[in-house]
Write a protein that binds this ligand. Structure first.
Ligand SMILES: NC(=O)C1=CN([C@@H]2O[C@H](COP(=O)(O)OP(=O)(O)OC[C@H]3O[C@@H](n4cnc5c(N)ncnc54)[C@H](O)[C@@H]3O)[C@@H](O)[C@H]2O)C=CC1
Ligand SMILES: O=C([O-])CC(=O)C(=O)O
Length: 333
């Protein structure tokens, strides 16, 4: 029997990530090749013509799984009954700006959209915040949508995770699909800590540790970390626009794994509401290693954290605590 359609909201749908993301959703890349979808696309009035153009193109592409399109500038209409919400809308970082610079512009957007989701979305809506500062926008959304379970509000660090997999694969000249269990800890910012201490490469003779196979601690503790932390800025420098196709693809990976589960023995990185695991401060949205099963994520527990890693975790957590304070000061202004 055919499945009922799932309603997926994409905010900022007329923007560059939106333009890459909506066809992926309509093709079944996010929720599977047998899952019909109804796309809800929200943008703001200055983008309405462009949004309608995206709607026309979706019709023209004749996606078999796409059972309906809602394209609107009305937040309530956009949020109505949605099961998945991918929050991409916002003000993007420009060359030379830190993610913090875009904070005040985005905090007010996320406060308003939290209320709309709370009022109009399905009660068990799963929310993924992509727009920067992603962790703190997700925190604001959580605070202003108290009836949405806090486990249902997450932010995207899967792009950083995938970037780390890509760097290791390139260095070892192995397919990226054979590398797994890297971890992005903390903030989706240049303070994030890409950790390979538990990462492995799958080969014909079983799993091998990434650290011992790379066998170059100076690179793993230096250049590798820096490249992953700075990859967003490098893309902006190269394209004069921030990452879009990789962000869209990683957003699909995030939701797909959350809804359909992570493969046995594999963990991925997600920004989730901190419960104090690994001695990180509670009350912030922090990226952890997680596994997903039956539509729920759980933080992988019991991984060893060496002194080098501990310092990096403390630093990225401190940045998030500070961002939280700045965000709250923007709200009260
Ligand atoms: N977490 C991550 O890994 C990544 C996050 N990003 C972030 O994603 C966001 C989107 O990036 P792009 O698509 O490149 O930007 P963009 O500027 O091309 O698109 C943003 C869209 O959001 C719309 N928008 C603005 N305010 C809105 C509101 N209140 N409600 C609905 N829509 C609204 C704009 O009109 C625009 O169409 C940015 O914040 C960017 O920094 C980008 C790459 C990776
Ligand atoms: O760096 C940016 O502003 C865009 C982004 O979040 C990324 O590419 O990771």
């Amino acid at each position: 029997m055919a499945k009922d359609p799932v309603r997926v909201l994409v905010t900022g749908a007329a923007g560059q990530i939106g333009y890459a993301l909506v066809p992926m959703i309509a093709r079944g890349i996010m929720l599977g090749p047998d899952q019909p979808v109804i796309l809800h696309m929200l943008d703001i009035p200055p983008a309405v013509e462009s949004l309608n153009g995206v709607k026309m193109e979706l019709q023209d592409a004749a996606f078999p799984l796409l059972k309906g399109i809602v394209a609107t500038t009305d937040v309530a209409e956009a949020c109505k009954d949605v099961n998945i919400a991918v929050m991409v809308g916002g003000f993007p970082r420009k060359e030379g700006m830190e993610r913090k610079d875009v904070m005040s512009k985005n905090v007010s957007i996320y406060k308003a959209q939290a209320s709309a989701l709370e009022q109009y979305a399905a009660k068990d809506v799963k929310v993924l915040v992509v727009a920067n500062p992603a962790n703190t926008n997700a925190l604001i959304l959580k605070e202003f949508a108290p009836s949405i379970p806090e486990k249902n509000i997450t932010c995207l660090t899967r792009l950083d995770h995938n970037r780390a997999l890509g760097q290791i694969a390139e260095r070892l000249e192995v397919p990226v699909s054979s590398v797994k269990n890297v971890i992005i800890w903390g903030n989706h910012s240049s303070s994030q800590y890409p950790d390979v201490n538990h990462a492995v490469i799958e080969g014909p003779d079983g799993e091998k540790s990434v650290r011992s196979t790379v066998s170059d601690d100076a690179w793993l503790n230096g250049e590798f970390i820096k490249v992953v932390q700075q990859r967003g800025a490098a893309i902006i420098k190269a394209r004069k626009l921030s990452s879009a196709l990789s962000a869209a693809s990683s957003a699909c990976d995030h939701i797909r794994d959350w809804v359909l589960g992570t493969p046995e023995g594999t963990f991925v990185s997600m920004g989730v509401y901190s419960d104090g695991s690994y001695n990180t401060p509670p009350g912030i949205i922090f990226s952890y290693p997680v596994i997903c099963k039956n539509g729920d994520w759980s933080i992988v527990q019991g991984l060893s954290i060496d002194e080098f890693s501990r310092e990096k975790l403390v630093a990225t957590a401190a940045e998030l605590v500070e961002e939280k304070e700045v965000a709250y000061s923007c709200i009260s202004e």
